[in-house]
Write a protein that binds this ligand. Structure first.
Ligand code: FAD
Length: 461
């Protein structure tokens, strides 16, 4: 393999360096800065929000218990949603209820979702980052880490002009793909894309749909409602006229009338971390978007729909998962393991879209979706093995393929990231390593900042 040596053209330092500005990175940076650490957020694209903004992925999945009685994820996430709602860009989950158009009529734990407008998400994220005093650096791709022993002292990035070195005391890997962890030598796992890895999806967004007609058509029978347009898809497939491995139109109503986001393209068999794969995935995704817009002309309520936008990037459900001080398993979710270091709660089921075939995520191996009503997420899944000042948050945390299939949803990602950012700031204040953080202080701080850590006791106060 060839090597290349570059010249550093600028350098600066922060206390906490957050790499990747998706839901996890934005939340970790806000929490870190609000808790007093000089924080920088590095993001390779030109805006914040990651999959939720560039990828158009949404709504925010449930942050409630399955009965819809108690909100179990609050904290800075709830504050963000309320700010978005004030700008007319979201509907608070307390108002969206059980099986609904906002959740594609799915019955299994798709209650109390938060439909939102991606532009308002970007505005509010930016507002909160700047208010908190985060140094935001967009258009910066982290290339490598510099280490001494197990300690990272800087990351090297390309900012469009040259190489920049950013030094820090604590680093948080929120790149989704665990890129910083990989570069730091952390052991990582990844499913085989042919036999296990969840497929990718290019989201798109439509307007001019006839909401009333969609509702009327889908209400005609149970199957049609819970697997929208399933029969018409299968009829078309039999005639060789439906080339996508999907058995329904995954459509999620947005806050505005006539507007829906489509989670329907399916790109299987490609690895999100291999050379050229994301280009192939994008080309395939766009082909499917074009096909679907044409197919919609035959579907009641969607005949006159127009495309508003397709995602600027293909959504990656999973790629690398770091190996941390603890690996969260499906068993923990089913048995609701009680952890000393709980930093967040979640109620979402194991939702694994298959690497081949057309089944939906939540119908895949149904018996395995039977997780506890509410389960706990421990701090240690954000602490990568073999490093002393690196943390992770978001979809690259330490969990099995199955457990990640549940905790990858955005409300849980926001909650984990609030904890990571808060813990990083406590490290700066007290001179601790992430693994030595006082759990009592971390949990107290999270509670004081609105987060819920125990179901039934705290949440029902
Ligand atoms: C198809 C699909 C459907 C989904 N549906 C839902 C849903 O309906 N509801 C829900 O709640 N969740 C859903 N999810 C899950 C959820 O969207 C993701 O798990 C979550 O958004 C992940 O957030 P993240 O911040 O960890 O990662 P990402 O959003 O991937 O953010 C990572 C960020 O890091 C940046 N980055 C990467 N590498 C570098 C680098 N080297 N240097 C600098 N920056 C870098 C990227 O540009 C990106 O902005 C879905 C996911 C997918 C893919």
């Amino acid at each position: 393999m060839e090597t290349y040596t570059g010249k550093i053209t600028s350098a600066y330092r922060a206390d906490v360096v957050v790499c990747g500005g998706g839901c996890a990175g934005v939340m970790a940076a806000i929490a870190s800065a609000r808790n007093g650490a000089r924080t920088v957020l590095l993001e390779k694209t030109s805006c914040v929000g990651g999959t939720a903004a560039n990828g158009l992925v949404g709504p925010f999945m449930t942050c409630y218990d399955p009965k819809g009685e108690t909100q179990i994820i609050k904290g800075i996430f709830d504050e963000m949603v309320r700010r978005m709602e004030k700008k007319g860009g979201a509907i608070h989950p307390s108002r969206t209820g059980q099986v609904s158009s906002y959740g594609c009529y799915i019955r299994l734990r798709h209650n109390n979702l938060t439909p939102f407008h991606p532009e308002v998400l970007k505005m509010v994220m930016l507002e909160m980052l700047l208010e908190a005093g985060v140094r935001l650096h967009l258009g910066v791709t982290v290339l490598d880490v510099e280490k001494e022993g197990n300690r990272i002292h800087s990351v090297v990035a390309f900012d469009g002009n040259g190489l920049v070195k950013i030094g820090g005391e604590v680093f948080i890997d929120c790149t989704g793909d665990g890129y910083v962890s990989l570069k730091a030598g952390v052991p990582c796992e990844m499913e085989d894309e042919k036999t296990g890895l969840q497929p990718m999806t290019l989201f798109f967004w439509i307007y001019n749909a006839d909401d009333k007609r969609i509702e009327e058509y889908l209400s005609q029978d149970e199957e049609n409602r819970y697997l929208p347009y399933h029969k018409l898809i299968e009829e078309a497939r039999e005639k060789g006229k439906f080339p996508i491995n999907r058995n329904k139109i995954g459509l999620y109503h947005m806050p505005e009338e006539g507007q829906w986001r489509l989670n329907t393209t399916r790109i299987q068999g490609l690895s999100p971390v291999e050379e050229r794969s994301m280009t192939e995935a994008y080309i395939e995704g766009m082909r499917q978007v074009e096909f679907l817009m044409d197919f919609f002309k035959t579907l009641p309520g969607l005949e006159h729909a127009r495309i508003a936008q397709s995602g600027a990037c293909v959504g990656i459900r999973e790629s690398r998962r770091i190996r941390g001080h603890y690996i969260l398993t499906e068993r923990d979710l089913v048995e609701n393991t009680k952890f000393e270091d709980t930093i967040a709660l979640c109620s979402y089921p194991v939702d694994l879209h298959p690497s081949s075939g057309s089944a939906t995520g939540t119908s895949y191996k149904k018996e395995r979706t039977d997780v506890a009503d509410v389960y706990e997420i421990p701090y240690r899944i954000m602490l990568p093995q073999g490093t002393e000042n690196l943390m992770t948050a978001g979809r690259c945390v330490s969990a099995t393929h199955e457990a990640l299939g549940a905790i990858r949803i955005m409300p849980a990602v926001f909650a984990m990231a609030q904890a990571a950012g808060t813990a990083a700031a406590l490290c700066i204040k007290h001179g601790w390593k992430p693994e030595d953080v006082s759990l009592e202080l971390l949990q107290r701080t999270l509670r004081e900042q609105g987060q819920c850590l125990k179901y039934e006791t705290e949440v029902n106060r």
